[in-house]
Design a binder for this molecule. Structure first.
Ligand SMILES: Nc1nc2c(c(=O)[nH]1)N[C@H]1C(S)=C(S)[C@@H](COP(=O)(O)OP(=O)(O)OC[C@H]3O[C@@H](n4cnc5c(=O)[nH]c(N)nc54)[C@H](O)[C@@H]3O)O[C@H]1N2
Ligand SMILES: Nc1nc2c(c(=O)[nH]1)N[C@H]1C(S)=C(S)[C@@H](COP(=O)(O)OP(=O)(O)OC[C@H]3O[C@@H](n4cnc5c(=O)[nH]c(N)nc54)[C@H](O)[C@@H]3O)O[C@H]1N2
Ligand code: SF4
Ligand SMILES: [Mo]
Length: 847
């Protein structure tokens, strides 16, 4: 039943011996290939697939050797197209694949909870029993489908899970995790583009850039191997200048030409000062602003209302507006003006008016470099110089568009201001600027191909309810924090079935003790089912646990794509080899099909061939499937998209880039002058931690970051490759500046208790100059404290009781902010209740 340590040793030792590459074989579990175990492989097979360890879908090839009747992973390399190699790469993490298969934390069979919820005690059951229990629970709620709530993001079939529950079971309540990831970026840029614009909506054109500025973004740590990190290395090779703002030193600051270590959540001050200089010293691109933006729009100086909007004869469904025509000094509609003024200020029919550009200039006029220096410590003359360097190198210069955007309360505004700067420079859509990626292909849903009976989602949704309670700008499909709040408050209704597919909900949302306690209560959530490969913080609260294979251990049922470059890469994820003996994991799609059958949505005898489904998808998209299968990828489009709008009019009122959004002006006018994310004009918004005044001697802001080998909340944390490399890199703990450690009497290696507003974590101190004195920094999710969430699972198997620790071997002394912060406080209700995961004060107590 179980994989014994000896079996794991034997298999992986063979893998090491048969490998052509220096594989990342963990030291202790798999010591050294012994003579006798190095039998020559009898065959080697190549499986083309895509890596989804951190979800980017980088095309990879897995070589599988057959040795003495056993299949072993021999090597893992990136897959590429000779002509477009610059867009293909893989990082180091897939090198852990041989080890991942044998993680002691693997879930081996379906499990049913025994004992109280949240104790982490289970017994093994059969798949038949597990599926029948699940189908019964779901049936109970088919008349109230909204009480089935689904969290699903990762995996090749994350989207399929959501559409299955929406369109087959009819729940409006399916969501992903972006409100803990990039929602701050998306909403911050919404007023400019008229639509949520996430990180994947852009392609930073590093390869052709002369200057790139990074604020809270680290392509050398938060890796997107295919294609951003690869293009970033190309940019550096092409002598792109690199300026970095961070709260700590990293591989990126080592590479940088210039870097500034600043207090957490204060980048916005630097950005506002840059914008101020660009506007007051007229460093902007005049033609670009006139042609592609509403910068010349006249607004009343007192109310900021547009003076006049009228249907645009040149753009269907869009409005044009009154401008001041410099050609002859007359007011007319922009579509009729020869030379719309950017800097007009005067009166129109007796009322003072000015252009949008001047409204912005006036809004930021007090945010001088000297003001920013006081907040950030960045010298005022360095900010001035950077503004000029950006303008001199424009349009091949930009502030990176970022990735994670849910750390601080003010990140929406930061992303808005940074994009405004790129627009002022004329860099958005330019070669060497922030360009646009190829876009995503559309594939027919496997639900339709298989003919599963469909319905329509109905009932009051969780986001619908919270919107009615005043939460603004909820990004569709991105409200996992609102699920946490609904569970904590029991509103708008108790959840019937919480279906969690490849999301480590408890670890990834800001929940702290409040969520951990609420999850134990069956009156708030009747039944919790978790699908995963390994045990984690979330499986502790499950009633039913269903093991799924790793992404390379089964044949997925749907084509996928990598979408972060000009090149639209379709990938056909393929099975490389089976899960190890003793692991009875089943693919997500198989589980959905079995549910559909039990609910009468698919004939009981229907047989499903995942390859046939993918072939059909490919054919309908005009892709040659035989070739796709052979190569593992297909390229749909390869055209650079250099255009300020990305090709067509935007979904704003005017169809243009709106530097001040016309709808926001109407909706949020009362916020003008307030330090609020809803202010239609750029403004300073302090981070939440700052509102308390200063930090006491024992108080810090805890910042989590991506280390090149870690991957957020998932199984990578348990790989020896990762924990060893963190230890060797002096990163398995929390980094503290020597000046602070001294004052607290702490020495390297000391254990401390971190006490947050809503939970605690025990951490090991690493004393280093590399962090800002206000900050404690650590790779994300490297800790678990049993005072908040249990750390071990006990499983009754047919052959005895098995105990599995999540963080063993002395690990787990890093941090997870989500167990410290308060989910009712460190959130941004103005931005869909997204998390502000780092934005609170944590007290350090010596142990
Ligand atoms: N405190 C704090 N919280 C954070 C963050 C932080 O830095 N600090 N980061 C946030 C960010 S940016 C994100 S994107 C979310 C992510 O948080 P999650 O949505 O939870 O994503 P993952 O960490 O990828 O974990 C997904 C779960 O699916 C399982 N799984 C199975 N197969 C696969 C696979 O092939 N790929 C992946 N990825 N998982 C698989 C993993 O074991 C894991 O349990 O967390 C957010 N939460
Ligand atoms: N290795 C690795 N790569 C990944 C992932 C992974 O799990 N592991 N996940 C992917 C995902 S889901 C995401 S969202 C991206 C995230 O990609 P990034 O957003 O680049 O990742 P982070 O490391 O969270 O943050 C970048 C930097 O911001 C710094 N920082 C924190 N607070 C501040 C601040 O107030 N000001 C400034 N200037 N800097 C600050 C951190 O120290 C860190 O160096 O990475 C993707 N790539
Ligand atoms: S960046 Fe690395 S871990 Fe993430 S999907 Fe690509 S290869 Fe896998
Ligand atoms: Mo993320």
């Amino acid at each position: 039943m179980r994989i014994t340590r000896r079996e794991a040793l034997k298999l992986a030792a063979v893998a090491a011996a048969s490998s052509a590459l220096p594989l990342s074989i963990p030291r202790r579990r798999l010591p050294r290939a012994r003579a006798g175990s190095s039998a020559a492989p009898t065959s080697i097979r190549v499986a083309n697939t895509a890596c989804i360890i951190c979800g980017q879908r980088c095309p990879i090839r897995i070589y599988v050797a057959e040795v003495g009747g056993e299949q072993v992973v021999a090597k893992v390399v990136y897959n590429t197209d000779p002509e477009y190699d610059r867009y293909f790469a893989a990082c180091g993490r897939p090198q852990a694949i041989p080890e991942l298969r044998f993680l002691p934390q693997r879930i081996r069979r379906p499990l049913l909870r025994v004992g109280a919820r949240g104790e982490g005690r289970f017994r093994e059951i059969s798949w038949e029993e597990a599926l029948n229990i699940l189908a019964e629970k779901l049936k109970k709620y088919l008349d109230e489908p909204w009480r089935i709530v689904v969290l699903s993001h990762q995996g090749f079939e994350g989207g399929l899970v959501r559409s299955f529950f929406e369109s087959v079971l009819g729940t409006p309540n399916t969501t992903q995790h972006c409100d803990t990831c990039h929602t701050g970026c998306d909403i911050g840029r919404k007023p400019i583009f008229g639509a949520y614009k996430g990180p994947s909506a852009f392609m930073p054109d590093y390869a052709n850039a002369k200057l790139a500025v990074f604020m809270g973004r680290n392509p050398a740590g938060g890796i997107v191997a295919s294609a951003w990190t690869k293009m970033f290395t190309e940019g550096r090779a092409n002598k792109m200048k690199l300026v970095v703002f961070d709260v700590r030193e990293s591989r990126l600051t080592e590479l940088a030409d210039e870097y500034y270590i600043i207090p957490p959540g204060t980048d916005l001050a630097v950005s506002l000062a840059l914008l101020n200089i660009i506007l007051s010293e007229r460093l902007y691109n005049k033609d670009y602003l006139v042609k592609w933006t509403n910068a010349p729009m006249l607004v009343y100086a007192d109310t900021m209302e547009p003076v006049k909007l009228a249907p645009n004869p040149l753009m269907k469904g869009k409005k044009t507006y009154l401008v001041y025509d410099e050609a002859d000094g007359k007011f007319r509609l922009k579509t009729e003006a020869l030379s719309p003024a950017l800097e007009y200020e005067g009166t129109y029919q007796g009322r003072p008016v000015k252009t949008v550009l001047l409204a912005i200039r006036d809004a930021v006029k007090n945010y001088t470099p000297e003001w920013a220096e006081k907040i950030t410590g960045v010298p005022a003359n360095a900010i001035r110089r950077l503004a000029h360097e950006l303008a001199d190198a424009a349009p091949k210069a930009f502030i990176d568009h970022g990735y994670k955007g849910t750390r601080y309360y003010n990140e929406g505004m930061l992303n808005r201001v940074n994009m405004l700067i790129n627009i002022m420079l004329g860099s958005l859509g330019a070669k060497g600027g922030i360009a646009y990626p190829a876009g995503k292909p559309h594939f027919k849903s496997p639900i339709d191909i298989l003919g599963i009976a469909k319905t329509k989602p109905r009932g009051t949704s969780i986001p619908g309810y919270w919107a009615s309670q005043g939460v603004e700008n909820i990004r569709p499909g991105c409200w996992s924090m609102l699920v946490a709040r609904s569970i904590i408050e029991g509103k708008p209704y108790p959840i019937g079935v919480l279906f969690i597919h490849l999301e480590n909900f408890v670890s990834h949302v800001l929940g702290g003790r409040k969520l951990a306690e609420a999850l134990k209560d069956e009156n708030r959530v009747e039944f919790i089912v978790v699908l995963d490969t390994v045990f984690n913080e979330t499986t502790m609260y499950a009633d039913l646990v269903l093991p799924v294979p790793f992404f390379f251990e089964y044949e997925p049922i749907t084509l996928n794509y990598a979408k972060k470059s000009y090149v639209s890469v379709v990938v056909d994820p393929q099975k490389a080899l089976d899960p190890p003996r003793g692991v009875d994991a089943r693919p997500t799609w198989w589980i959905l099909v079995e549910i559909a059958k039990r609910l009468g949505k698919l004939p009981p005898g229907a047989s499903v061939d995942p390859i046939a489904v993918k072939r059909k998808q490919a054919e309908e998209a005009g892709i040659n499937y035989a070739e796709l299968r052979r190569k593992g990828y297909a390229l749909l489009w390869t055209k650079p998209k250099y255009h300020p709008w990305g090709g067509k009019p935007l979904p704003t009122t005017t169809g243009e880039l709106e530097l001040v959004n016309v709808e926001w002006l109407a909706k949020y006018r009362s916020y003008i002058g307030k330090e609020s994310p809803l202010n239609p004009l750029p403004c300073w918004v302090p981070p939440l931690w700052m509102r308390k005044g200063g930090l006491a001697d024992n108080e810090f802001v805890v910042v989590e970051f991506q280390d090149p080998l870690t991957a957020i909340n998932n199984f990578m944390r348990f790989a020896r490759l990762v924990s060893d490399s963190l230890k060797w890199g002096r990163l398995y703990g929390v980094q503290m500046h020597p000046s602070r450690a001294r004052r607290l009497g702490l020495r390297d290696g000391d254990l401390v208790r971190l006490v947050g507003p809503n939970g605690e974590v025990t951490a090991r101190v690493i004393v280093t100059e590399k962090v800002h004195p206000m900050v404690l920094a650590a790779p994300h999710a490297t800790a678990l404290d049993e005072r908040v969430v249990p750390n071990k699972v006990v499983v009754e198997t047919s052959s005895g009781t098995l105990t599995v620790k999540l963080f063993g071997d002395g690990g787990g002394y890093g941090v997870n902010n989500n167990f410290l912060g308060d989910p009712m406080v460190s959130v941004v209700p103005e931005e869909g209740y997204r998390a502000a995961q780092h934005d609170f004060v944590v007290r350090v107590e010596k142990l």
